[in-house]
Write a protein that binds this ligand. Structure first.
Ligand SMILES: Cc1cc2nc3c(=O)[nH]c(=O)nc-3n(C[C@H](O)[C@H](O)[C@H](O)COP(=O)(O)O)c2cc1C
Length: 421
């Protein structure tokens, strides 16, 4: 399948400057700097309907406008390559294989938001991605695509720096990333103010996910209308979905939004390895609600997945078959959030620990039915009471598990074990 990012929809190895230029790379930047104002580039991105791929799906043009229009100076741009979500590998693979596509997007984004300095914030354990981006930086600088003097750049100049990201989940949250770049611990900030107007060193800062930025150069090269010919009206373009060991062909697959979930799991992933019936699907990483297996034919786009009762997140799709117990699955998720909570907000620290401990009790057959009624109360009490969204993350999988797979909980409470024995 033809992709927008991966030319053939799949990863094909690292692309150097020469190869990137041979297929039109950096032409979008040249066109933009020669003929278009930052506002025009921003408008094209807004018209394309591009939505952030870091999890929330926020419209990129709207975010950039807050930064671009802010009269405070200087402005900053940050590429968020923190990627520490279990099972997600799309950002690492983009940086390793298509570093110039990512970099051209970052430079165009910097131009659009009028940033004079940009940071590549990359997970420190992604050594190959860091090397690949750093080599691309050197190649692109030598070719005059960024620096003090940019080809056809008029008075636009841009400094780009690498900033390693600590390898933990919260460090990928945008304000935690800003703290790290400022030399501090990866602790999310209270919002508002949002980074778009008061970010790095208190100045307007646009923070975007790697995949979001990788879409920018193709949009500027071919136009918003072309981009909208892929995907759906509300979710234009493609998205990279990650599938892991539960399918025959794990990997990343770039597909137009609106592609049926079944196509991803069966045609791309080759179906589930166990061969058993799919009982549940988490379509958007560990914080997404479970869907019942029967919803395998829903289209993969923001609205459709939301209407089905879940979220597309950053595209980690996890099918769960009948030999798996939802109590065990959900316990693993709750333990992940309890370990990853940075602990600075009392509600998040308390809630994530408590939910994991409660699920552990259920798994061991303790607590009886009354404990099941407590989950909703703990989740509702703590909702929104944290500096970042982590406090809201364990809720959807736990509440959907209780609603859809009550039999698994009942089995643990009655017999101290999974329904499968
Ligand atoms: C706990 C937590 C971890 C996050 N980790 C990442 C991450 O690793 N990469 C990322 O791009 N966004 C991550 N985000 C989302 C960012 O805060 C932010 O919304 C995103 O970088 C914005 O980019 P986008 O608009 O291009 O999606 C995380 C959010 C939370 C609450």
């Amino acid at each position: 399948m033809q992709g927008i990012l991966f030319p053939r929809g799949v990863v094909e190895g690292r692309e150097n400057l020469q190869a990137y230029r041979a297929r039109g790379g950096y032409e979008a930047l040249a066109q933009a700097l020669k003929g278009f104002s930052p506002g025009q580039i921003l408008q094209e991105i807004a018209d394309s309907g591009l939505r952030g791929r870091g999890g929330a799906g926020f419209p990129t043009g709207k975010k950039w406008a807050f930064t671009a229009e802010s009269t405070e100076t200087p402005h900053y741009m940050v590429l968020n390559g923190g990627e520490d979500e279990p099972g997600s590998k799309k950002d690492r693979l983009l940086m390793e294989n298509l570093p110039h596509l990512v970099l051209e997007g970052l430079i165009l984004a910097s131009y659009a938001v009028k940033a004079s300095k940009a940071y590549l914030y990359i997970n420190a354990i992604y050594e190959e991605a860091t090397r690949s981006m750093s080599d691309a930086l050197a190649e692109a600088k030598a070719a005059g695509y960024w620096g003090e003097k940019i080809n056809a750049g008029g008075d636009f100049s841009l400094e780009i720096l690498l900033s390693p990201a600590p390898a933990n989940y919260v460090a990928g949250e945008d304000t935690a990333a800003l703290e790290v770049i400022e030399g501090k611990q990866p602790l999310p900030r209270q919002k508002p103010p949002f980074p778009a107007t008061a970010g790095l060193f208190g100045k307007p800062t646009a923070v975007n996910n790697v995949e979001t930025l990788a879409n920018v150069a193709p949009i500027i090269a071919h136009g918003a209308k072309w981009y909208r010919s892929f995907g759906t009206a509300e979710s234009p373009g493609t998205m990279i979905f990650s599938m892991n060991e539960e399918v025959h062909r794990p990997g990343v697959y770039e597909l137009p939004f609106g592609t049926p979930l079944r196509y991803l799991i069966e045609d791309c992933g080759g179906g589930v390895k166990s061969g058993n019936r799919i009982k549940a699907i988490q379509p958007g990483g560990p914080s997404s609600a479970y869907l019942p297996g029967e919803k395998i034919d829903i289209p993969l786009d923001h609205n459709s997945v939301r209407q089905a009762g879940s979220a597309i997140g950053c595209g980690v799709v996890h099918p769960i078959t009948t030999e798996s117990c939802i109590v065990e699955e959900t316990l693993r998720i709750a333990e992940f959030f309890s370990v990853e909570s940075c602990g600075q907000c009392p509600a998040c620290r308390m809630e994530t620990n408590m939910l994991a401990a409660m699920l552990k009790k259920v798994q061991q057959g303790q607590g009886g039915q009354p404990i099941l009624d407590q989950f909703a109360k703990v989740i509702a009490f703590n909702k929104g009471k944290g500096f970042c969204n982590l406090v809201n993350m364990p809720g959807p999988p736990i509440e959907s598990a209780l609603r859809l797979f009550r039999a698994d909980f009942d089995s643990h409470l009655a017999n101290g074990r999974c329904p499968q024995g």
